[in-house]
Every structure is written in C-alpha cells, then in structure tokens.
Design a protein around this ligand. Sequence first.
Ligand code: ADE
Length: 227
Amino acid sequence: MLAIMGAMDEEIELLLADLQDREDLGFPGVTLHRGVLDGVPVLLTRGGIGKVNAALTTAYLLMQGASRVVFTGVAGGVHPDLKVGDIVVSTDCVQHDVDVTALGYDAGTVPGESPSWAADPALRAAAVTAARGVEGVHVVEGRVASGDQFIASASGVARLREAFGAACAEMEGAAVAQVCAKAGVPFVVIRSVSDTADTGANVDYREFMPRVARHAKQVVRGMLAGL
Ligand code: ADE
C-alpha cells in the first residue's frame, strides 16, 4: 500500500480532509490513518518533527503494510535557484548532522550505513511530472539534507551546499529513507520551499509554511492519478 507522510498537521491536513473510508489507527505518539484518496488505498500520517519521529513513524507504516513511502512537506531552500514556493523532489537523502569524523568517517555517515539513500526512480519521475503541473513553481531535483536543526544562517546554507551538495534542508527525509532502505521499500521526498534557510528563515517559515505546504500536497495529488 502507498504511504503518505508529513511531519506537521499543515503538511497533511488538506489530504486528510479528502480521505474516504477513513480508519484511525492508534500507535503511541503517532496519528496514522488508513483510507482511500482519489480512488487509491493509502496510509496517511503526521509523524511529528525530527528524525526520531520520522524513523518511528516509518517503522509503523511498514508494519501496516506500506510498500511505497511518499514524504510531503516544507523545507528550507539551499540550492541557489530555489525561491519560496518552489519544489524539491529528492534524488537522495543525507543526514547532515551526523558527525563521526573523529573516527575517520565522512561527515554525514553513520558507521556501517550508506552515506546517502537514493530515492526510487519511478516515484521520483511521477513526482517530477506532477510537480511540473503546479503552476508558477520551479522544480529542482536534488539532494535532501536532514538534521535535527532548523537552519537559519548563511553559514549553515554554505555548509550544506559545500559539504553535501544539498538542494534543501529539512528534518525528517533521511530518517524515512534510512528505514525504507533497510526494508527495501521505495521512497521519495517532496518538499516545497517555505524559506531559504538563511537569516530571516524563521520569519519566512512562519509566514509562508501553511501556504506553500499546499504545493507539496498538489504534487502528491498529481502523483496519485498516475500511480
Ligand atoms: N523546514 C522548513 N525550513 C527549514 C529550515 N530552514 N531548516 C530545517 N528544516 C526546515
């Protein structure tokens, strides 16, 4: 079954409002629903903010039979072409806040794990096609950098560009990716840009987040038609 996941209410509420035959599943700390969206059976969840919540929720989704995972939400744009409202479709995900460099590992690498996790080509293609159908937005395919940090500085943006070649910064994608990779389950992350992760990102985020979350939701909706 297709699973659709967001971190915050604003990222899934528009989809939840249209979920048919809705069944609410109770897992500790997570809101998870089963139902039908545009004729497609789905699991839909708001997993909470950060990598731990994302990993936990992904595990619950897999236990409920998720065979594909689409993450939808907002991010800080890091790629220089990105403006508020634009869309990033993940090529792969990294954990930018993992640092075991003192033991000789590359920045972002969890010892024994892959340095990044690649998104599924078919889900990526479906997301890009759907994203191009959203009026007035620029679509960037690129690396999603995840960490338990809200990035709000020029130096933070420069580090994510230089050390990781990131397109955007957010707080969940790589955790979803890591869990999906362990289970062999395809995933893609779709993020609309709420801020550009530099000075003032906190102000832009508060102003634009609810509005631009709609763009990512439009992409998911567009994907459903083609899945
Ligand atoms: N989500 C939206 N904007 C973000 C930022 N600047 N840093 C991390 N996560 C975000």
